[in-house]
Design a protein around this ligand. Structure first.
Ligand code: AMP
Length: 370
């Protein structure tokens, strides 16, 4: 019995792949009828602060993983006394906090955007001078998909910005003039063996992932470097599980790490349909101490996120999508479609990444105009 903290779509796809390997999954999520609970053997709903519920959960499973970063460290500590948590709590502690994550990277000489930690209008004033141009202010904690972020630049009034930002401890990052956003999903087993998925090229719209294109169309040297940086980070963090590393490829050809996530990643969904082993199966294998699977890409692919915006006139008619050859539809079982909410995704398989992307773009245009 595998325990998963968080019951969103990442937990759902984990549970489906775990079930295929013969495991039963026990989901812990504060909200009832969560996407993962619908396909798991057991769903329990309680807040992450309910230590009694956490202990009962931990006592009922053989190993625990998570699909979501904003879990209080205390919850992990309570569980870890009764069941192994993979990746371990210290990894989550680093990756759930932008400041700790940046400091971890900087201390190891891993390239990332220049940054300054700010905790007052005065510190922000210094950082705005130092950034010397445009930047982005990001909350230290609980940010995702561009939430808790604000564009700023040298010359802005630090007091006005600090008030508007909500006076929260933050990281000011220099703006990166990038040509591509890339991600690399890496797995590390209990024995320290690592494996890397093909490098993914990502396109965001309004800060939310829109398309992922695989293999990425950047020079092979940049791809090899991205894979090697990701493997270095997964080893430095001493992870048993999955790590997603997001990168910017700057116009002058440098790879800069943007963010780490110690779990499967939205950009890795293509692996369900396009790789020998999916990122979710790899998570199961890593967490259970099994040999890691092959990450070979069987066909080029493009993934399109299906956001709640497409539900403006009710659930889209899927017939056209389903009638397309080499297109796979994934829906997450969420009943309330809100703007920007991830409701599902589509994976298009083709003979080249360009062709897969063209077809995914056509599908998006057709669904958006319906
Ligand atoms: P994040 O939540 O940090 O992944 O940021 C969301 C998106 O905002 C990224 O995927 C980029 O498109 C953009 N972004 C964030 N930070 C920067 C930066 N320092 N320079 C340029 N674009 C950024």
């Amino acid at each position: 019995m595998l325990g998963v903290l968080g019951g969103g779509q990442l937990g759902r796809m984990f549970a489906l792949d775990a079930a295929r390997l013969g495991y039963r999954v026990h989901v812990f999520d504060p909200e009832a009828n969560c996407p993962a609970g619908q396909v798991s053997a057991i769903e329990v709903n309680a807040p992450y602060s309910d230590e009694g519920a956490l202990k009962r959960f931990a006592g009922a499973v053989d190993a625990v993983t998570y699909e979501f970063e904003n879990i209080p460290l205390r919850a992990i500590e309570v569980i870890a006394e009764l069941a192994p948590v993979r990746p371990r709590g210290e990894v989550l502690h680093i990756c759930q906090h932008r400041e700790r994550e940046k400091n971890f990277l900087a201390a190891r000489g891993i390239p990332c955007a220049p940054f300054w930690v700010v905790d007052s209008a005065e510190e922000l004033a210094d950082a705005l001078r130092a950034v010397d141009g445009p930047g982005v202010l990001k909350t230290a904690e609980f940010g995702y998909d561009g939430k808790g972020q604000m564009r700023v630049r040298t010359g802005d009034d630090p007091h006005e910005v600090w008030t508007r930002f909500g006076r929260r401890r933050a990281v000011l990052e220099g703006w990166v003039d990038f040509t591509h956003e890339l991600s690399v999903i890496c797995a590390r087993g209990l024995d320290g063996a690592t494996s890397v998925f093909p490098v993914i090229e990502n396109r965001h719209t309004d800060h939310i992932l829109d398309f992922s294109i695989i293999p990425s169309r950047v020079p092979e040297a940049a791809q090899a470097e991205a894979r090697s940086i990701a493997q270095g980070i997964v080893a430095a963090l001493d992870i048993a599980g999955i790590l997603a590393v997001e990168f910017f490829l700057s116009r002058d050809g440098r790879l800069l790490v943007n963010e780490l996530a110690p779990r499967p990643h939205n950009s890795g969904h293509f692996s369900l349909d396009a790789c020998v082993t999916s990122q979710f199966e790899q998570q199961v294998r890593a967490v259970c101490g099994l040999p890691l699977g092959s990450t070979e890409l069987l066909r080029p692919a493009a993934m399109l996120n299906l956001l709640g915006d497409l539900w403006k006139n009710g659930e889209p008619a899927w017939d056209e999508v389903l009638a397309e050859p080499d297109v796979k539809l994934h829906l997450y079982g969420k009943d309330a479609a809100r703007l920007g909410r991830k409701m599902g995704h589509i994976c298009v398989l083709a003979d080249s990444a360009d062709e897969a992307l063209r077809r995914a773009e056509r599908i998006k245009a057709s669904l958006s105009s319906a």
